[in-house]
Design a protein around this ligand. Structure first.
Ligand SMILES: NC(=O)c1ccc[n+]([C@@H]2O[C@H](COP(=O)([O-])OP(=O)(O)OC[C@H]3O[C@@H](n4cnc5c(N)ncnc54)[C@H](OP(=O)(O)O)[C@@H]3O)[C@@H](O)[C@H]2O)c1
Length: 236
């Protein structure tokens, strides 16, 4: 309705840039979570939906299962940790030394610091590995999967993502472990799901910095430098 506050993802509407006004399909948006700021709401759609679809849809994560989230300190990963907890999973999160405390504060049961230990030698086994950094080959994670475990790559080096698109279905033919990749599909239903999690207090966007529109260049540079803990938001 006229005057409603809403949030959404423009990637199905021709993407876009940073601006005060936008024309969007109403199916690309949902009512903004009650009690959220515009900055919190703006942080949710792409990263939140990617995390949700990686865990729940591609990853088929069930309550009580164990999940390893690689890239847990980033935009997508900071949502993935919270959504996995909301789905009832036991979460092991991977990030670098300066971000360990932030990731722990998101609710991770265990945090592995990839600067201090080799994740491939960490000893645990998981029902799902959600890889948002793709720093190792897909096959190298096979020993970390339980017998019917799944590996889903959602981000990181493009070469590794293409490798998983091509070889994942092939590797999945042999044995009971499954390998695949995720291309998030933004949709209103998942926005509403995330809105409800926010309203129940189970999802709080981890916003590191908010930049005004005139400082968009600095905001993008901060993100690109890998210093951000969670999300960077441009405030209009
Ligand atoms: N599949 C999709 O539809 C979809 C949708 C959205 C985004 N993405 C992709 O997902 C990726 C992440 O996006 P984002 O917004 O979350 O980016 P981001 O905020 O920059 O986060 C990057 C993450 O990667 C981690 N990382 C970097 N080097 C690492 C290493 N050597 N070992 C382990 N972790 C490492 C970072 O950890 P530290 O900072 O602690 O080092 C950080 O958690 C990007 O490639 C993006 O293009 C995909």
């Amino acid at each position: 309705m006229v005057g409603d506050e809403f949030f959404g993802d423009l990637s199905n509407c021709g993407w876009g840039a940073f601006a005060q006004y936008v024309c969007a399909d109403e199916k690309a948006v949902a009512l903004k979570p009650a009690g959220s700021t515009f900055e919190q709401a703006a942080a949710i759609p792409l990263a939140g939906v990617t995390a949700l679809q990686g865990l729940r849809d591609k990853g088929q994560l069930q309550a009580g299962q164990e999940v390893l989230i690689i890239g847990a300190s980033g935009g997508v990963g900071s949502f993935a940790v919270q959504i996995a907890k909301a789905l009832g999973a036991k979460v092991t999160a991977v990030c670098s030394t300066p971000k360990v405390e932030m990731v722990r504060s998101l609710g991770a049961d265990q945090v592995l610091d990839y600067k201090k230990q080799d994740i491939l030698q960490s000893g645990g086994t998981y029902d799902l590995i959600l890889d948002i950094a793709a720093t190792h080959s897909m096959r190298s994670f096979a020993p970390l999967l339980k017998p019917t475990g799944r590996y889903v790559v959602a981000g990181g080096a493009l070469s590794r993502i293409f490798q998983s698109m091509l070889l994942g279905p092939l590797f999945s033919l042999f044995g009971s472990k499954k390998f695949g990749n995720l291309m998030a599909q933004p949709n209103q239903k998942d926005l509403k799901f995330l809105k409800e999690l926010f309203e129940k207090g189970q999802l709080k966007p981890a916003i590191d910095k908010i930049y005004p529109l005139r400082e968009v260049k600095e905001g993008l540079r901060y993100l690109q430098d890998g210093r951000a803990q969670g999300k960077v938001v441009i405030s209009i």
